[in-house]
Design a protein around this ligand. Structure first.
Ligand code: ZN
Length: 249
């Protein structure tokens, strides 16, 4: 009845399951988001590694009747252990994982590629964590099919003026011009931020985080993207509730 399957995947979440085991949440390329039980994961030295942020080829038993997955082996591509040694990177990575679990939309191969690159960047450039975060949310919007357009209003289709400040339409979940906006979203974006987002959106992720941004602009756009992430996930994200990501970097 059971059959062997495998997929590229990233561990998003891990909790204790019984005395010795762990239940993992994986973002897989081939099966989307799945729960996987790792037996004996807590004590045995021989237990298969499946720590949060691990990226690799996961080998599983799938029982289609019970509809569950058991972890058999992992060929690790990257453990991303470095993330845990930097507080800001650690919070950002947990936020990325939670956001992927909450939005669970769009194509899982694209989500996997985006998260894999974001975790790599947090390891190699922990000093750029704010820009990595801004670009993660910006790119996730696209993966989820929300084509946030910073060049023209998606409702009245008018191209924004050079100095125009744009607002937000809550029903559409997208930025728009002042006339088309719903009230009180607090999602306001100035022309400089709009230019930065339009310019970097089309770039490769690695290249986009290299583009310089003033400290003040970084803080403002980060706050905007965190707010956008909350709207995208239905108003509740545990990783934002403590306020650490808003203030830490
Ligand atoms: Zn409009």
């Amino acid at each position: 009845m059971e059959r062997n399957v495998s997929s590229l995947a990233i561990v998003l979440h891990s909790i204790r399951y019984g005395q010795m085991n762990r239940r993992l949440k994986l973002l897989t390329v081939d099966f989307g988001l799945i729960d996987v039980v790792s037996y004996g994961a807590r004590k045995s030295l021989k237990a298969v590694k499946g720590d949060v942020f691990s990226d690799g080829q996961f080998f599983l038993y799938h029982n289609p009747v019970k509809r569950d997955y058991t972890l058999k082996d992992v060929q690790v591509i990257a453990t991303h252990d470095e993330i845990r040694s930097d507080l800001g990177s650690n919070y950002a990575a947990l936020f990325f994982c939670e956001l992927v679990m909450k939005t669970n939309g769009g194509d899982s191969a694209s989500q996997y590629r985006l998260l894999s690159t974001a975790l790599d960047l947090l390891c190699s450039q922990p000093n750029l964590v704010a820009r990595i975060l801004i670009q993660f949310v910006l790119r996730l919007l696209d993966v989820c099919g929300l084509q946030a357009d910073y060049a023209r209003c998606p409702i009245c289709e008018r191209v924004y003026g050079q100095q125009e400040i744009i607002q937000f339409n809550a029903q559409l979940g997208a930025p728009c011009c002042q006339q088309c906006a719903t009230l009180d979203s607090g999602m306001i974006l100035g022309p400089g931020a709009r230019r930065y987002l339009t310019l970097t959106k089309e770039m490769d992720y690695h290249r986009a985080v290299e583009i310089a941004l003033s400290e003040q602009a970084t803080l403002r756009i980060k706050a905007y993207m965190l707010r956008y992430a909350l709207i995208l996930s239905g108003g509740q994200l545990n990783t934002l509730s403590g306020g650490m990501l808003q203030t830490l970097f």
